[in-house]
Design a protein around this ligand. Structure first.
Ligand code: GDP
Length: 328
């Protein structure tokens, strides 16, 4: 196994995901949020079709449209307050102006937690340790595999750690992703101690000057004290070997769970020290507005979006592209 360390594999799929031009990323984001866009844009079109100057009833209609797209009450209220404030000072004339003010509002909400982020994604040479946490079925293992391919395509050396030792299937599944993306993986048997496999992985990452160590963890609810303690133990283990680790704790959230997911994320953020979000399954949901609610209500940056089940279906989240995709 060790002979491959240090030599970055240059496979075809990596090339495909890593060299995707910007225009193509934008079209993929557009494709992913198409259901949210269709639902939101259609409602906004209906609202502004009849009025030239945006009045209170238009804003009330907009409120309903935003709530239906899962922006949530707190976020929708913040947006509406800002638009009402603007309308009081200067009339909002026509649909185009309303749309561009709405876009600016949403973009500012999404950008704020990214701008405040303590560790930008490319800050160190590593080993930088990233934990993927969340409840079962959200797409943790899939995202760990895609993230490995994403970093690999950025010419980073990557090591995967299969610390979801509860499910044999998770270890096997991650192994498939590791092979596909041409990165190494450290694993243990099912039922093994996740902190022990992490210790081995962190040691290997140090010895072999790995840039990115990506750790898939078992699915857990924030209410399961034993499992949250286990996560704490993993944090301490990582920090003992690599100063500052884990540098990122990314909560993997399933966009299709909408507002329920936000409540769950709030709890997780407090108990697991979450630093950012991977928002999966953005393809095929009309609840894409959840990205905005996460930024506004949890003050957490959405860093990546999962837009399908293939290896290249993880895109770095850009607020500008998201907003342009959502509201043309
Ligand atoms: P885990 O239990 O959190 O590790 O979840 P898995 O990684 O096993 O993923 C659960 C299911 O969600 C699998 O069928 C994945 O293929 C699927 N999945 C994960 N991410 C995405 C995504 O971005 N889009 C879609 N459509 N499916 C996804």
């Amino acid at each position: 196994m060790m002979k491959l360390f240090g030599g970055k594999k240059d496979n075809q799929e990596n090339q495909a995901s890593g060299e995707t031009p910007k225009s193509s990323l934008f079209s993929r984001m557009k494709q992913a949020v198409s259901r949210t866009r269709e639902s939101l844009s259609a409602k906004i079109e209906d609202l502004v079709a009849l009025t030239r100057t945006v009045d209170e009833s238009t804003l009330e209609g907009l409120e309903t449209a935003l709530l239906t797209s899962d922006l949530g009450i707190q976020t929708t209220t913040a947006i509406l307050d800002a638009l009402r404030n603007r309308a009081r000072h200067q009339a909002i004339v026509g649909g185009d102006e309303l749309r561009s003010l709405l876009k600016a509002q949403i973009r500012a909400i999404l950008e704020a937690p990214i701008a405040n982020k303590a560790n930008p994604l490319s800050a160190t040479d590593g080993p930088r340790v990233t934990f993927l946490v969340g409840v079962n079925g959200t797409g943790k293992t899939t995202s760990a595999g895609k993230l490995a391919a994403w970093y690999s395509a950025q010419n980073k050396s990557v090591l995967l750690c299969a610390a979801d030792t509860f499910r044999a299937a998770a270890i096997e599944q991650l192994e498939v992703w590791a092979t596909r993306s041409g990165v190494q993986m450290i694993k243990t048997r099912q039922g093994g101690d996740p902190a022990a496999v992490l210790y081995d992985a962190a040691s290997a990452a140090k010895t072999h000057h790995i840039n990115e160590l990506i750790v898939d963890t078992a699915g857990r609810l924030h209410t399961k004290t034993g499992l949250m303690d286990e996560l704490d133990k993993m944090r301490r283990t990582a920090a003992k070997l690599i100063p500052g680790a884990p540098h990122e704790v990314l909560l993997v959230m399933d966009a299709t769970t909408g507002q329920n997911g936000v409540q769950q994320a709030r709890q997780f953020t407090q108990s697991a020290g979450v630093t950012g979000i991977i928002l999966t399954k953005l393809d095929g949901t009309a609840k894409g507005g959840i990205a905005v609610a996460i930024a506004e209500e949890l003050n957490l940056p959405v860093l990546f979006a999962g837009v399908g089940e293939q290896m290249a279906d993880l895109i770095e989240f850009s607020p500008a592209e998201f907003v342009d995709s959502l509201l043309e």
